[in-house]
Design a binder for this molecule. Structure first.
Ligand SMILES: Cc1cc2nc3c(=O)[nH]c(=O)nc-3n(C[C@H](O)[C@H](O)[C@H](O)COP(=O)(O)O)c2cc1C
Length: 343
């Protein structure tokens, strides 16, 4: 390495120091939890390569999570986290499983922590990380004792809010980044973007899409192929066509399943108009439409009818490669970008 690249790498190390210390990892890059994808192999690979892997609990039972944490521990002695979804009916039991294993960091996704969950997580000695979809919520979460925040914009894969990463980062970082570490997520595909968010005050970043095609990822070959073929514009947000039938926005690759979903919404809306179905039943039909669809795509490889959740950075995923190479590339790019800075 020459003199200048050393200085870029050194700047990067300094800018990531706080986030890395918080996570207990070498670099402040979190592998965003992805249901079905972020299991023992990918999580351990990310942590072993110096990042911070996060198990996606998703709809797992406490017994399955118990086994997954133990299996991940067997593959890495580095720290990793567990992502729990607030709506899970057994959230309390899942928190107890994390506590039993001494999991150091719990990420709560899907809204504000339900009553008692924050105390239970922090009481176990774990750090609690929450998603902040707006400045007011970021402040509220900090007041309630959350240890760190993820700010995720609508470029991301999976469930999304309405605001872009760049706007959320501008709104939230200047106000709260000094109080708690903030990790920026959504649409990050290259190291220059990481450098940019660190410059803005982020303690680190979280990436999901970029890790799906890692060699260590168990995602089906068809799922990986779909990622490698896709460009940014193929990763579209699900569309709600009738205000009576709420659709939670999800960003995924355009496919036949998405088109059938639009047709289904039209069909159910018409049944509502004609009084052939009650409102509650109609809404349930929409809510349950995608049940099991992510598993169908990730595990079974049905990328036409399953849900191929992917962020807009999917266009920057061009091949299958080991996690260590993905992280090394990102860090090199970030260091190069920082080398050009004056300070
Ligand atoms: C296939 C897939 C599944 C995901 N599942 C979850 C999940 O179960 N829980 C969660 O909090 N976030 C989930 N996410 C979001 C990621 O954790 C991460 O925040 C996001 O991918 C970051 O944005 P990026 O995709 O632009 O890198 C998922 C994302 C993808 C692509």
């Amino acid at each position: 390495m020459n003199q200048t690249s050393n200085s870029g790498a050194e700047r990067l190390r300094r800018r990531m120091a706080r986030g890395a210390a918080f996570l207990g990892s070498e670099i402040a890059v979190m592998g965003g939890a992805m249901s079905w994808v972020s299991e023992r192999n990918l999580v351990a690979a990310i942590s072993n390569a110096g990042g911070f892997g996060v198990i996606a609990c998703g709809a797992m039972t406490p017994e399955l999570l118990d086994a997954e944490i133990a299996a991940t521990r067997a593959l890495t002695d580095k720290p990793f986290g567990v992502n729990l979804i607030t709506m899970h009916p057994q959230l309390t039991d899942l928190i107890a499983v994390c506590a039993k294993h001494g999991v150091g960091h719990v990420v709560l996704a899907g809204g504000l922590p339900p009553s008692g969950s924050l105390e239970a997580i922090k009481g176990s000695g774990a750090r609690l990380i929450c998603f902040a979809p707006a400045l007011a919520l970021a402040k509220k979460l900090i007041r309630s004792g959350v240890d760190a925040l993820v700010v995720e914009g609508m470029e991301a894969g999976g469930h999304i809010g309405p605001v872009s990463t760049s706007v959320l980062a501008q709104e939230i970082l200047p106000e709260v980044a000094e109080q708690v570490p903030v990790f920026v997520a959504g649409g990050i595909g290259r190291g220059a973007a990481i450098a940019g968010y660190l410059d803005m005050g982020a303690a680190g970043v979280q990436l999901g899409t970029r890790f799906v095609c890692a060699t260590e990822s168990i995602a089906h070959a068809n799922f990986k192929k779909a990622f490698i073929r896709a460009s940014a514009r193929d990763a579209v947000a699900s569309v709600q066509i009738d205000p009576r039938l709420p659709v939670i926005p999800v960003r995924a690759l355009r496919n036949a399943g998405g088109e059938l979903f639009t047709a289904k919404q039209r069909e159910v809306a018409q049944a509502l108009d004609e009084g052939r179905v009650a409102m509650a039943e109609a809404q349930l039909q929409i809510e349950h439409y995608w049940a099991g669809a992510l598993r169908r795509a990730v595990i079974d490889g049905d990328v036409e009818h399953g849900s191929v959740m992917a962020g807009q950075s999917v266009g920057m995923v061009t091949r299958e490669e080991p996690v260590a190479d993905i992280l090394a590339t990102l860090m090199d790019e970030a260091a190069q970008a920082l080398e050009k800075r004056v300070a």
